[in-house]
Design a protein around this ligand. Sequence first.
Ligand code: 6R9
Length: 688
Amino acid sequence: MAGPVRIHNILSNLWSKNAKLGKILQAGNWEGEIQRCLRSDIASAITTTSFPEFDSSPQLNSHLDLYKLSLEKPDIFWGKLARSRLTWSKDFDRVSDCDLSNGLIKWFIDGKINASVNCVDRHLDKYGNRVALIWEKDEPGQEEYITYKDLSLLVNKLSNSLKNHGVKRGDRVAIYLPCCPIAVAAMLACTRIGAIHSVVFAGFSSEALAGRILDARAETVITANEDVRGGKLLNLKKTVDDAVAKASCVKRVFVYDLLDRQVPMNKLDIPLNKVMSESSGESEAVPMDSLESLFMLYTSGSTGKPKGITHSHGGYLTYAAVTFKHVFDYKEEERFGCLADIGWITGHSYVVYGPLLNGATTVLFSSTPTYPDPGRYWETVERLKINHLYIAPTALRLLLKGGDSWVTKYNRSSLRKLGCVGEPLNHEAFEWYRDVIGEKRCDVIDTWWQTETGGICIAPRPSNPDAPIYPAMPMRPFFGIDPVLLDSAGQVIEEDNASGSLCIKRPWPGMAQTIYGDHQRYVETYYQPFAGYYYTGDGAVRHPGGYYQITGRMDDVLNVSGHRLGTGEIEDVLDDHHAVAESAVVGFPHDIKGEGIYAYVILKDGVSESRENIISELRQMTKKRLASYAQPDMIQFTPGLPKTRSGKIMRRILRKVAASSSDDLGDISTLADPSIVDVIIKNHDKIV
Ligand code: 6R9
């Protein structure tokens, strides 16, 4: 999107969200408490166990001292941590060289490192028999334990299988697998030989998969025959076959038998269990340049097709390792239960890389929060004795509706920290998490971050362990993160309790390096909206004491149950229907999903098909072409859309109508035809 139009969007979204913000602010008087919290931060000491690297520095006595050091002397801070927390094949010569205006991000220059060595090999001597992965399968009580030694064998055999079939350093490998040990082994096997993995969420349709394979020009796909999730059979191989038929770049498909069932094999297919059993259990790890790409992961933006966000070796690994350890205060031998799928960045950083880099035991959850009943999470916590839980607010809201008895019938005394990510954690869900799930014993850690940031950027911990945690905000910037709020003119907002566009002022090691194959888009999306800053796309309020509360996206990105979706992506699909002339998609508040999808659709002249049919076809199309969570919750037919004279849709109005709050529409005088607004409101009232 062109700069001025984009800024215009930011502006109008900012204002439309202000009313909501005012209410949030009135809901509590934080100031006194926040000042107290700030004082206890200052008093907090760095303990030997948390940051041994800085223990001998007499001037570093508190969390705030360390935070200041991370901002003022990032090269000292990150250089020390990168060296002590990771094993490098060759030390780096320089810590960083970044230029935010041109999106040039370089960390640990000239260093060489291998991710699989850091996640697996270096733990073998000391902790070879420690459990690395607990595979929590779909049916409760069927868990499998995989030690670091077991994982090492899987990774080595899988990387040899890839190598023997021609996969090389720098190749992109699409992984279409559910959250299971072979998926983790596939990711690490790629890193071992220097191939770039691109995990595609195994719930995506064949078209979405094909688009991602084509964009990455991936020649290799790794998948499984079938899987079960929530008691339902998923035919993964069939989806891959349909995708490969559309993606002629694919030269080989490795198929792992997750279930003991036969599926038709084609000429590109390679049976993975068989080739792994024939491969050697020792594979040499390639020392990768710190700046080479480690993986790519597609995420939705406000315009066009999904972006292949690309992360580098040295920077990403350092940031994943350090955030995992300190945000959750992870202690050796604890069990970490991030229940996200590996198809999302949360799965990458806090199911796979963060935990394994720290020699932790990590849970791979392959079921759903409500299978076989709404007690599943808590039954799993009791059975696996999970110490850290890291889940999405949408799951909490869903489970909260089922009542407390599903929770209290299970023993949750193993829990120590309760993490959350993906969308704003509302007060009710926060309190339920803290009081009912955690019996008021555990810190609730609301973490804000993005696919692009690589790891957690804002979270209440680390801090003084006793510092209070406030509901509904992630609060504190992590080490090295320097957030700023900008107003629509790009001026820094200095005062507290004001809202603005959340940007980050300085580079940090976890930040993405580029959008695969389109660096220009990377620069335009993240660094041009406000020159010199990383632009997050989110709005935020800063409370006194420097605590951040996230208010939601300010661009045309929806957050449906924690999944990002561009409104443009959905509109593209709807517009392809033979009866549709034009469409406009917006989000609306939804009790469980956080945000629901509301589509306004203009039909072509002379369409005689029934409206019910069209609605069902449109829902089917979005499911098939994108994913099932991309199906509109509401579809409203309309004779026109509110457009400015220059032809731009005024989404602010569509959002208000969709949210049933059309009494406060603001200025509509710039519309080409203001009368359309009344028609849209009347039609909305008829369908809700
Ligand atoms: C990790 C992840 C990123 C977007 C982000 C924001 C929303 C994430 C949040 C949150 C409020 C939190 N988001 N965490 N909003 N509070 N604690 O979710 O990455 O899928 O890229 O989504 O999610 O809007 O910009 P990703």
